[in-house]
Design a protein around this ligand. Structure first.
Ligand SMILES: NC(=O)c1ccc[n+]([C@@H]2O[C@H](COP(=O)([O-])OP(=O)(O)OC[C@H]3O[C@@H](n4cnc5c(N)ncnc54)[C@H](OP(=O)(O)O)[C@@H]3O)[C@@H](O)[C@H]2O)c1
Length: 494
């Protein structure tokens, strides 16, 4: 095993931040580099003793040379040094030249680069033309470069996957330009990462170019259909539109998704290019079990449960799977979870607050908002749900899995937390989260948070229709709990 560290340039990025833990798993030490140390520190592996965090600007040759010193190999995972700059291609070329020189001067053994399938000099996409130049620059130096080229990567926070996720979630009718019907070989992020690590383990990959793809040939529409099936969204009506329309698509993507305009423009150009077929597949050299698109989507969706529980990722699972959202990924990735919270501070002990809270729902007592919950229960029954009729399984104790009217207990920690997940019929998944936190010997705070992960456009409409009622509802519940305890309110509800 190498004793020198492996350098990951772009370690805060989508691919880089997921590659670092993979390299650690294989026993490598890693120097993780990106522009911002603050962002590096947010990553779940930041405190690993085999990781060294370093700030670097790849446009500055000296900073690049100093970060390369003492490393065995370099992963070059810089998406674009300045995507909002119209001249980004020139800067990207400069950075690639700097890297080639720095690698030669510091005795780096190999450069490993992940580019895009379809990156050709004559591509209609400015981004793909630029990527093809970078590939050539990296291959032109004395240090051997391994070039991997991937198409669409499936996993939360992958730009191309997020575009499809938002398009299918937010549009009941899909206007489909031709690029949505172009055939591709989408690949799961964990397979991409294993190929990237595999390049280090298989020295024969040095100086070669390989194409990466999953086991199926699918169109973007197929991927969206699978996503809709897996998230139980109704079937989308698709209206084909002739032509690739990259510019118009980028406006559409910007309108429907929360992606930054520059990213939407770049990705719509890339997706609008004819996806080139896989020419030199890497599985001739590195073999692994490839996930199909449905398996990869399922893995990415497993995170919804953690969205609701809000457990710190370090507590829930030390390094989250690569398909999930990472701390430090953009906020909009993974779909948007809606939240509304109110809190109250009482002159009381956590045990005093827990007493009425642990009795919630007994004999229909929800501490306020009873009319709201009754109406909501009636609506649920009218739409075929279970309504308020179920009551509470156990009046004395609270355990995970217990039923309280149309809620199910998901987490319970005496004197600290009660998390209830809704079993009502609704276009999404809803939860009520009570948190008790002791401020000092005299003060304790009770927070009540409503969480909702919408399903499709209907889910968003539902949240926007119902959320204006939450302030009054939550305040009244908090006040009634405070009254029940009979201790002075120090602040709130706020
Ligand atoms: N994502 C995909 O779906 C996909 C598909 C196929 C191929 N690829 C390829 O995979 C590679 C990585 O893409 P990605 O999506 O992971 O990129 P990304 O998420 O946009 O990350 C870009 C990284 O580059 C760093 N960076 C930007 N400018 C820099 C500078 N001047 N100096 C130092 N670092 C700088 C950023 O650091 P800061 O955070 O500090 O700014 C960040 O770590 C790219 O070559 C891309 O073409 C990606």
């Amino acid at each position: 095993m190498e004793s020198k560290a492996v350098l990951v340039l772009g370690a805060t990025g989508y691919v880089g931040s997921r590659l670092v833990p993979r390299l650690l798993d294989w026993g490598y030490s890693v120097r993780a580099a990106a522009q911002s140390l603050e962002k590096l520190n947010l990553r779940p592996w930041a405190n690993n003793p085999r990781v060294e965090l370093t700030a670097v600007n790849v446009l500055d040759p000296e900073s690049l040379t100093s970060v390369c010193k003492g490393c065995s190999d370099v992963y070059y995972l810089i998406h674009s040094v300045n995507p909002s700059d119209i001249n980004f291609a020139k800067e990207d070329r400069q950075a690639a030249h700097h890297l080639v020189r720095a690698a030669e001067q510091t005795g780096i053994g190999r450069i490993i680069y992940l580019g895009w399938l379809g990156e050709e000099e004559d591509s209609p996409s400015q981004y793909l033309r630029s990527r093809s130049q970078i590939r050539k620059i990296l291959q032109s130096g004395k240090v051997p470069a391994t070039i991997l080229r991937a198409g669409m990567i499936i996993g939360t926070a992958s730009g191309s996957f997020e575009i499809l996720r938002y398009l299918v979630k937010r549009q009941p009718i899909l206007f489909a330009p031709r690029w949505l019907a172009t055939k591709r070989q989408p690949i799961a992020i964990r397979n991409v990462l294993d190929y990237l690590v595999g390049c280090l383990r298989y020295p024969e990959t040095a100086g070669k170019t390989y194409d990466l793809g999953g086991p199926e040939v699918l169109t973007c529409l197929d991927v969206m259909k699978i996503y809709a099936e897996e998230t139980k969204l109704p079937k989308r009506l698709t209206i084909p539109i002739p032509g690739f329309l990259p510019k118009l698509s980028s406006y559409g993507i910007h309108l429907v998704t929360p992606l930054h305009t520059c990213l939407a423009r770049g990705l719509s150009e890339v997706l609008s290019s004819e996806a080139s077929a896989i020419q030199n597949p890497i599985d001739r050299v590195i073999t692994q079990k490839l996930l199909d698109c449905r398996q990869a989507i399922r893995l990415s969706l497993e995170q919804s449960q953690h969205e609701l529980t809000d457990e710190p990722q370090k507590e829930a699972i030390s390094i989250p799977p690569p398909e999930w959202r990472y701390a430090g990924d953009p906020d909009w990735t993974g779909g948007i979870a809606c939240k509304y919270a109110r809190s109250i501070t009482l002159k009381a002990l956590p045990s005093e607050i827990w007493e009425p809270l642990s009795k919630i729902g007994a004999a229909g007592n929800w501490y306020g908002g009873s009319l709201f919950w009754k109406l909501r229960g009636l609506l649920d029954r009218l739409t075929g749900g279970i309504g308020m009729r179920l009551g509470r399984t156990d009046f004395q104790n609270l355990n995970p899995g217990d039923r309280i009217d149309f809620w199910r207990v998901l987490r319970v920690k005496s004197q600290a937390r009660l998390l209830l997940v809704s079993e009502m019929k609704m276009p999404g998944t809803g939860a009520l989260d009570f948190h008790i936190s002791r401020i000092d010997n005299e003060k304790t705070r009770l927070e009540l948070c409503v969480k909702f992960v919408p399903r499709g456009m209907l889910g968003f409409l539902y949240w926007h229709l119902i959320s204006p009622f939450y302030k009054n509802l939550l305040d009244s519940q908090l006040k009634k709990i405070a009254k029940q305890i009979g201790r002075p309110t120090l602040s709130g509800p706020e």
